[in-house]
Design a protein around this ligand. Structure first.
Ligand code: 3PG
Length: 360
């Protein structure tokens, strides 16, 4: 994989930079969690200081356009951000403006999600090189992630290097005293992680909807709790009686639904966490957004934060929980990836990394 250390001189180079600004937007269009934006700042500073001319490309799901967010991006990044509505306006942007450019939400352009080569070629026009610094989107075979690398000399940015190195470290660390904690929803993205770690970790602790699916598949009564319709299909191939897979034994139930793990389970999980050397966490234990059901997630988060083990976490809800409990700074590594982190931890090849030559 070519990295930015392979670029000798950035001066006056026109750089097409893929970033991930897929952030939650709160009331009055205020950016609710700037974590992903702030993770780009140091590299943008570096490029600007080296004399590069930068245009960023990114997608956002919470709204259609980046237009209204530009003033906030300016403040968060500490650079004048010039909004570029159309690809054809990029040349004019370079001629007339000095700041860092940001192209409109890339997923609004036809050709992006189809990984269309004609679209990627038009995107590459006028640039000297492409840098992908968006680990969080590397699981998407999209034009601004994949096909673009066919038209420009392409490099991995420092965030890609950091994410892949830290997650690889987590996967390859010795099995003894390594635990994986999987909670939250979207079991389809989490079961492959469980399957990949079944012989690579000492214990896997389950919570959230994933645990409901697991318990239901084992024949337990989960009442009216949320489960995935296709839970049997999702869990097929997993030995549900494997003693290293731990599911909650008691619950916080409200209106006939499991909304958090119970005290006994929290006690059991935190004892295991205390004795672990490597802890990988994705997905809350319950509906932590409501204080009445935050106890399990808080106990787990706090025990991980206080442990002396190496702590890796990721996923939007997990990050939101860590923010809520003020524990984010206590982790050794927080991945910017949601789906990308899970795919990487599942052992799958990510198209964006493939395009950068990571697997060659
Ligand atoms: C994410 O939020 O995980 C990334 O921005 C990718 O977004 P996507 O799941 O919409 O592709």
């Amino acid at each position: 994989m070519k990295t930015i250390r392979d670029i000798i001189d950035f001066k006056n180079k026109k750089v097409l930079l893929r970033v991930d600004f897929d952030i939650p937007i709160g009331k009055d269009f205020v950016i609710a969690d700037p974590f992903r934006i702030l993770k780009q700042k140091s590299f943008i500073d570096y490029l600007v200081n080296q004399g590069a001319r930068v245009v960023m490309i990114a997608h956002i799901s919470a709204t259609d356009s980046f237009a209204e967010l530009v003033p906030q991006l300016h403040i968060l990044l500490g650079h004048e951000v010039g909004f570029i509505k159309k690809i054809e306006d990029i040349a004019e942007y370079f001629e007339n403006y000095q700041g860092v450019g940001l192209l409109e939400n890339i997923r609004q352009f036809s050709g992006e999600i189809d990984n269309d080569e004609t679209f990627a070629k038009s995107l590459s026009n006028g640039f000297d090189l492409y840098i992908n610094n968006a680990f969080a989107v590397c699981h998407r075979n999209h034009a601004s992630v994949s096909a673009i690398t066919k038209f420009l000399p392409s490099y991995a940015g420092p965030l890609i290097e950091e994410e892949t190195a830290k997650l690889q470290q987590a996967i390859q660390s010795p099995k003894g005293k390594k635990i994986v904690i999987i909670g939250g929803a979207k079991a389809s993205t989490k079961v492959p992680v469980i399957k990949n770690f079944i012989d690579k970790a000492e214990k896997i602790l389950l919570g959230g909807v994933v645990a409901n699916d697991f318990l239901k598949a084992k024949g337990a009564d989960v009442r009216n709790s949320i489960i995935d319709d296709n839970y049997q299909e999702l869990l097929a191939g997993l030995d549900l009686n494997n003693p290293m897979l731990l599911a909650p034994k008691d619950f916080n139930i409200f209106e006939n639904k499991i909304l958090d793990i119970g005290r006994e389970t929290a006690k059991e999980y935190t004892e295991i966490i205390k004795n672990s050397k490597m802890i990988i966490w994705n997905g809350p234990m319950g509906m932590f957004e409501d204080d009445r059901f935050a106890g399990g997630t808080k106990a787990v988060a706090k025990t991980i934060a206080d442990s002396t083990g190496f702590k890796v976490a990721g996923g939007g809800d997990t990050i939101a929980a860590l923010n809520k409990f003020g524990l984010i700074g206590k982790f050794d590594f927080i991945s910017t990836g949601g789906g990308a982190m899970l795919e990487f931890l599942s052992g799958n090849r990510l198209p964006g990394l493939e395009a950068l030559g990571y697997y060659s």
